[in-house]
Design a protein around this ligand. Sequence first.
Ligand code: GAL
Length: 333
Amino acid sequence: MSLIINGSPEEYPQRFDTDGSVINASDGGVILVDGVYHWYGLRLRPLPFGKNGSGGQVTDTGVVMYASRDLRSWQYEGVILACDKDPQSPLCAPMRFERPKILYNKKTRKFVLWCHYVACPGDHGFIPGSAEAGIAVCDTVNGSYRFIGTVRPIDETGFVRDCTLFQDTDGSAYFIYDRQISKAFNPVLQPFERCLHIVKLSDDYTSCTDHWARIDAADAREAPCVFKRGGLYYMITSGLTGWEHNPAKYFVSDDTMRGWKPMGDPFVGDQNGTAFNTQGSYVFTTARGEFIYMCERHNTANFELCSSIWLPICFEADGRITLNYQHSVEITA
Ligand code: GAL
C-alpha cells in the first residue's frame, strides 16, 4: 500500500522524486509497462517568468517521465519529448505539449504520444500552430520520443484545445478533444462552438481516421478523461473556466461513438463547485484493476508547484461512479 497525500483543497502538496526534487509533470498520465508505472507530464516553468505565474504555464523543457513499482517512490527518467532552442524548429521553446497522453501500440510495438500542441511562444490562439494535435513516437516507453508532426483532426475549421487518448479493449484507440469551431465559420456564439469530439485513430495510432463523432452531451466541456469498465465507457470532464476550478461532470455510454449520457457530478459533497480545487488529467488502472482519477490543482501563482491529486474511483452497482475527496489515499500497486 502506498500513501498518497492530496492535502486539503486549499493546500498545494508536492510529491518528490527519489533525488528529492519536486515532481513537475503537469496534466499527463500514468502507463504501466512490465510491472513498472511510468508517470509523465508537461514540465511547467517555475517563477520568475512573469507576474503571478504568467508564463509558467508553458514549457522550455518538454515532457518528462518518472518510474515507480509501488506508485510512491518515483525515479526521474528524464525528458522524453524535448523542446528545442532552434527558432526554426516546431519544438522551439517556450511552447506547450499540453495534456500529453501515451498509448502502446501492440501491432507496431511503438509508444505513441498525442498532446495539444502550441508552438512558440506557447499562447493558445487561432493561427496555425496554436491549436493543433501533436504526435510523437518511440520504441521504448521512456526513450526519446520523435515528434512526427501536427494535425487538426476532422478538418481545419476546428481548433484543438484540451485532449486525451483512450485505448479500447479491442486495441483500437481514440483521440478525444475539445474542438473549437473557427469564428469565421461560426460568427455568432452558438451551441457546439466548443464541444468534445471523439476521433478513431489509424491502426498505428499516428493519424486520425474519418470515423468520428461530436459528443453533443459534452457541449462546452474540457479536460476529458476517458476509461472503460465492463461494457461501459466513462468520460469525466470539467467546465470551461481556464485555470479556475469548476464542478466536474461525467458521461457514460456503451458505445464510444454515440449515446453519451450526462450523469452529473461524480464528486460527493462538492459544495463550492470547484471539484475540491481540481481539474481532471487522466484515469489509469493499477495492476490490480483499481481505477485512479488523476487530477491537478493548478497553482497559477507558481505553475511548477501544481499538485497532482489521486483519487480511487468508486463504482456503484448501477454503473454510476463517485469520487470521494480524501486528504490522503492508500493505493496498492
Ligand atoms: C484549462 C485547460 C488547461 C489549459 C488552461 C489554459 O481550462 O484545461 O489545459 O488549457 O485552461 O487557460
